[in-house]
Design a protein around this ligand. Structure first.
Ligand code: SF4
Length: 448
């Protein structure tokens, strides 16, 4: 008996890949998979739960789905992912809307959970979170020209503020063979932009002890029919010269590197249990810029870690003014129970931490505007992502813009530009973090 199963995915791209795997498993089992919750038999909500804001978003989504159940527009609600893994007791006690739970070690139990729900049971599956990564099929939900490739699960870095290792287990790389087979499938299906992700991609292969490395994996991926290969979540200390060499040499690997540093004051970095000093981070960025003058660096920053005083914060701001990192995600420290940092002395007043986030966001948006100004008049390759009716023109991204987190290029063209096509655009304007431009006929040999 096939059921109608709707999926909603919260949190990061790594969680999205798990959702895509659950969708494929349900389809293989003969159930009807849909994005439409109303009228579904079961809604599967794959949650995030690593910081306060993510937890609230998940709870809001559960209450919304609960209201649909109340209104008779949904039969059952299955909550999967990090919130389930972290708070099964609280969900059982406080969220009666939830009919079943799947932990982060049990995505592959989704079919039995759905069928148990429809049989009137209240299933809970909490498998071992450190088990080998499942190389299962995926129902790719990103646009047909872009797809994520998740190369490992879990994390063993043990940053003091982070609960992820407790939710996702120790670091487990996928085999090179499984990754290349999946990547070939994506390339054959028309994917042009491959986005390589994990909690930390730089550690890829070390746990396999078979000589696999990220540099080796990328060299093989570049032999496949992708146009762009984009890298997210590079741990600074593990960016080797060999890796920099491959990124600089291989044309398909875009010079856009997401390298979370979290802070720039040595005392705070030490308290965070990060393994890089400010000087080492500066040296790495200088090396990257020497190897790739057009490199765009994205990072993640935390303001308000315990012990962060005005001097430490000012040092971070000074570092950012000097480094001009073109992209940054800025987070307020969230004292997550079960982490070392939550138990630290010298907790920072949340209002002060919030104020610091605002200051860094301002600082970074000025840097981003400056970078966008520098692109005026240049001709850039753009991945067209379709016609934006609201903007009245085409929209796309350059190598410097990743999916969902960076700006866009809004451009005009005389003729029809198919979505998924790469075109050259003369940049003529900047507005609100986006660029504007006109298509350049005939293209341009080399990247500007
Ligand atoms: S690298 Fe640090 S912040 Fe990132 S997932 Fe691992 S422990 Fe968490």
């Amino acid at each position: 008996m096939g059921y109608k199963v709707a999926f909603q995915s919260l949190g990061c791209a790594k969680n999205l890949v798990n959702t895509e795997q659950m969708m494929a498993l349900c389809r293989e089992a003969g159930h009807t998979v849909t994005g439409e919750v109303e009228g579904a038999d079961v809604a599967v909500l794959n949650t995030c739960g690593f910081i306060e804001s993510a937890k609230s978003e998940a709870i809001d989504a559960i209450l919304e789905l609960g209201a649909l159940k109340q209104a008779g527009k949904l039969k059952k609600l299955l909550v999967a992912g990090c919130l389930s893994q972290r708070y099964p007791d609280e969900i059982r006690a406080d969220l009666p809307e939830v009919d079943g739970l799947l932990g982060t070690g049990s995505y592959t139990d989704v079919v039995s959970a759905v069928e148990e729900l429809m049989a009137g049971e209240r299933p809970e599956h909490f498998g071992e979170i450190a088990q080998a990564y499942d190389d299962g099929e995926r129902w790719v939900t990103t646009p047909p020209w872009t797809a994520y490739l998740k190369i490992a699960e879990g994390c063993s870095n043990g940053c003091a503020f982070c609960i992820i290792p407790k939710l996702r287990g120790r670091y487990r790389s996928r085999s090179m063979a499984a990754l290349l087979a999946e990547a070939k499938g994506l390339a054959d299906s028309g994917v042009k932009e491959l986005i390589v992700i994990a909690q930390d991609i730089t550690r890829y292969g070390l746990d396999l002890k078979d000589g696999s490395t990220l540099a080796g994996l990328l060299t093989e991926l570049c032999k496949l029919d992708f146009h762009w290969i984009r890298l997210h979540y590079l741990y600074p200390e593990a960016v080797t010269d060999e890796l920099i060499g491959v990124i600089a040499r291989e044309k398909k690997i875009v010079h856009y590197l997401d390298i979370p540093i979290q802070h720039a004051n040595d005392g705070i970095l030490k308290a965070m249990r990060r393994r890089s000093t400010k000087a080492e981070i500066e040296a790495l960025f200088a090396k990257l810029r020497a190897a790739m003058p057009d490199v765009v660096i994205r990072t993640s920053l935390i303001c308000g870690l315990p012990g962060e005083g005005e001097a430490e914060f000012e040092e971070l701001c000074e570092f950012l003014r000097a480094q001009k990192l073109q992209r940054a995600g800025v987070f307020q420290f969230s004292p997550e129970e079960g982490t070392l940092a939550a138990a630290m002395d010298n907790q920072v007043d949340p209002d002060i931490a919030e104020r610091r986030v605002e200051l860094v966001v301002d600082l970074q948006s000025r840097i981003m505007d400056e970078y966008n100004e520098q692109r005026l008049g240049t001709c850039m390759e753009v991945l067209c992502e379709g016609f934006d009716a609201e903007a009245g023109c085409y929209a796309g991204r350059t190598y410097a813009d990743s999916v969902d987190i960076d700006g866009r290029v809004l451009f005009t063209a005389a003729g029809l530009v198919p979505a998924g096509e790469f075109v050259w655009v003369r940049i003529t304007g900047v507005s609100d973090g986006d660029l504007t431009g006109e298509i350049e006929d005939g293209g341009k040999e080399e990247r500007e």
